[in-house]
Design a protein around this ligand. Sequence first.
Ligand code: BES
Ligand code: MN
Ligand code: ZN
Length: 503
Amino acid sequence: MQISFAPARNAASGASWVVAAYDGGALSAAASRADKAAGGALTRALKVSRFKAKPGEMLEVLAPAGVPASRIILVGLGKPEALDAKGLEVIGAKIVARLHQLGETDAVLEVETQTGKSGGKVKTPMAAAHLAFGARLRAYRFEHYRTRNLEEYEKRLANLVMVTSDVAAAKKNYAALSAVADGVVLARDLVNEPPNILYPAEFARRVKALSKSGLKVEVLGEAEMKKMGFGALLGVGQGSMRESQLVVMQWNGLPKNKKTQPIAFVGKGVCFDSGGLSLKPGAAMMGMKGDMGGAAAVTGTMLVLATRKARVHAVGVIGLVENMPDGGAIRPDDVLKSLSGQMIEVLNTDAEGRLVLADALTYTQRRFKPKFVIDLATLTGAIVQALGFEHAGVFSNDDKLTDNLVQAGRETGERVWRLPLDPAYDKMIRSKIADVKNIGGANSGSITAAQFLNRFIDDGMAWAHLDIAGVAWQDGEQRPMIPSWGTGWGVHLLNRLVRDNYE
Ligand code: BES
Ligand code: MN
Ligand code: ZN
């Protein structure tokens, strides 16, 4: 879908013409113009419908003869003073959803917000950018593998024109949001790809291809990791035909002559989690192609930072493996030597994410000495039990970092909820023969997983762990801005965290 900005509607186009109404049904200036052009069709339609102009509510009339449009859609903005950027994004998404349903290919949005004394804070050029952002995320599709009945899938919105009084301002506002959308789309694509296509080396190749955006990308293979001592990460991958990889991304938007301490993101990239020899039952194995959602979020975030040339020094490290059972696989009862030197007793090969993260975290801290490190991982089913699909869990040793994450979550809608880290849980991961074991007990599974990771965090290092098992993908009802299984969760959040606190 092509999104453009224009100062006025091209009256010769036959596109859907979308105009706004405010709470109760009051017409905006553009809506009044459309109504007049259509001989009062909107006013009449308002009278005979239930439309109340609630946010995202829509009323459509086919354009009568003489009006150069296919149809006029009245979209509700609700109460002007209650309308914010996030609300506009959802409205933009809902408009696209409706246009898709209608089979429309072209649309012009002439949506003005009311600002000032009794109005909201989002001026029309900014509003156009946020509407476009929501529209873009909603227009996302992942249908590369459909080969039949394409008419059913191919009819889609091709052109979306945003009419705004200040094209330059709208474009500028949209540029930053568009970079975020690019990152979200990348993360969704990675999560949606099937695991026979997106295995560790292929994931690494796709990251490598991002070099043209300005990211510096390095890939370590098994031979290099073995030499360096990545015993935990390599242990997880050893039952797979696919080679494990560690990918390091760097973006430095600060003056290069100064030595700067980066911020760091680490992602769990289990391209498929069968459970290994502690095999998952069939139903639980479905969807485990998405077990690299943390790595996808880190990759998407790094792309956003590079694309919008963020004034920050950031590194992203992702551990890419496939967790499979075969004759060479690790066994429950095996002991692995991690990169940190700590010995880990593996009692369940399905608790593999923490093994991958352990080495990725050690590597990141040793090499980069970051200001802080945030890891993202689809780590535990228990976090889904605790928080469902609306929040990711955050575990952190740093209150400020946590507050910043919570705040960025509120702003972006990618919300996080803090759960405890506490040495009192450590007895649950005590091993009979090694330094630590990789499972806790029947209870508090997300916390014992976080306590395990904590063993690999250096003294004094600010750290936050996001357990995103409930939010990296979605089954069932779609959210307005998330039309696919892979959500791209985390990209918007981390970008916002950086933008608001570390630039
Ligand atoms: N990738 C899973 C966690 C997961 C479960 C993500 C469901 C999304 C949905 C992880 O590797 C795992 O298998 N965790 C185990 C840990 C247990 C064996 C201690 C779990 O949560 O059951
Ligand atoms: Mn697992
Ligand atoms: Zn897993």
